[in-house]
Design a protein around this ligand. Structure first.
Ligand code: BTN
Length: 281
C-alpha cells in the first residue's frame, strides 16, 4: 500500500471488499481525485459499472471512479459482454450527477468519446468516433462506452459512465470474433501508452468537457459538437443503422442538436447500432 501512496501521493485506505480506496486531495492520480473525488481500485471485479452503481446507491459523491485490472462480467450495450482480461485494457466507471436537461443526456457518451480522441491524439493516435458509443481506429473498435442513466422527471439524477479501452493485446490470446471487429492502442500507436497516465488524462479531459456542457445554455448543440463532427466516422458515407423500430439507412450528414445521428433527407436516428458501411461515395 505504501507503494500506491507513494506513486499516487494520495492517502489510501483498504475497503472490506479489497478495494484500494484513494481519497481526494493530492497529486498524481490525485489530479483526478483532487477534482473528482474518490477512486476505488480493484484487482478483479465483476463490472466497474455494477460496482459504481452500488456505491452511488450508498451516496458517494459525483466524480467517484471505479477502476479494475480485470472484469469477470464486463458488460457492453444490448446485453453483450466486454472482453476484460487483466492487462489487456482499461476498465473504469465515472459517476456523474450532471446539471443538464434530459434533452442533453445523449451528449454524455459522445463527450466521453471525444475525450478519448483528444487524449489518444496526444499519443500520436488518430481515432474516430463511431456514433453513438464507440471509438475506432481504422474501422476497428478500440473503446466502448456504456452510459447508464437514472432520470428523475426531466432531471438527470445520475449517470454511471463506463469505459472499456483496449490498450495492450496479445493478439493470439484474443478471441477471433473480438479480434475481427476490434483492435488495441498497442496495435495502432507508435508506442503503447502508459496505462495510468492514459486513464488519468482521459478522465481529466472528460470531466472538463462535462463541466463545459453544464455551463452552457441548453439551446442548440453544445460547443464541442463541431469538434466531434470533425472526428465522426462515416460522415458523408452511406450507413445502415439497426434500431428498435427496424433498420434505417442513408448518407450520414452529422449530428443533430440532441446528439442524434443525422441522415440525408432529414432523417434522424435517436438510438441504434451503426452496423456497417454499405457503400462509399
Ligand atoms: C459497448 O461498446 O457496448 C460498451 C462497452 C463498455 C465496457 C465498459 S468496461 C468498464 C465498464 N464496466 C462494464 O461492465 N462495462 C463498461
Amino acid at each position: 500500500m505504501d507503494e500506491i501512496e507513494e506513486a499516487t501521493g494520495t492517502p489510501v485506505t483498504i475497503e472490506d471488499d479489497g478495494a484500494v480506496h484513494c481519497v481526494p486531495g493530492s497529486t498524481g492520480w490525485g489530479r483526478v481525485t483532487g477534482l473528482a473525488g474518490h477512486v476505488y481500485f480493484y484487482r478483479s471485479i465483476s463490472s466497474t459499472n455494477d460496482r459504481l452503481r452500488e456505491l452511488a446507491a450508498r451516496g458517494v459523491p459525483q466524480g467517484t471512479i471505479v477502476v479494475t485490472e480485470e472484469q469477470t462480467a464486463g458488460r457492453g450495450r444490448h446485453g453483450r459482454g466486454w472482453y476484460s482480461p487483466p492487462g489487456a485494457g482499461l476498465y473504469s466507471s465515472l459517476l456523474l450527477r450532471p446539471t443538464i436537461g434530459v434533452d442533453r443526456v445523449g451528449w454524455i457518451t459522445l463527450v466521453a468519446a471525444l475525450a478519448l480522441v483528444r487524449v489518444a491524439k496526444e499519443e500520436g493516435i488518430s481515432l474516430r468516433i463511431k456514433w453513438p458509443n464507440d471509438v475506432e481506429y481504422d474501422g476497428k473498435k478500440v473503446a466502448g462506452i456504456l452510459a447508464e442513466t437514472v432520470l428523475e422527471g426531466d432531471r438527470v439524477e445520475e449517470v454511471v459512465l463506463g469505459t472499456g479501452i483496449n490498450v495492450s493485446w496479445e493478439v493470439e490470446k484474443v478471441p477471433e470474433e473480438i479480434r475481427m471487429r476490434g483492435t488495441a492502442l498497442s496495435l495502432c500507436a507508435p508506442v503503447t501508452p502508459d496505462r495510468d497516465r492514459f486513464l488519468a488524462s482521459y478522465l481529466w479531459e472528460l470531466w472538463g468537457i462535462v463541466g463545459e456542457l453544464e455551463s452552457e445554455k441548453e439551446d442548440g448543440a453544445p460547443a464541442v459538437a463541431s469538434e466531434m463532427m470533425a472526428h465522426l466516422a462515416y460522415l458523408g458515407e452511406h450507413v445502415r443503422i439497426e434500431t428498435s423500430e427496424g433498420e434505417q439507412s442513408g448518407i450520414c450528414t452529422g449530428l443533430t442538436e440532441e446528439g442524434y445521428l443525422q441522415l440525408d433527407g432529414g432523417l434522424r436516428v435517436v438510438s441504434g447500432e451503426l452496423i456497417i458501411n454499405v457503400e462509399n461515395d
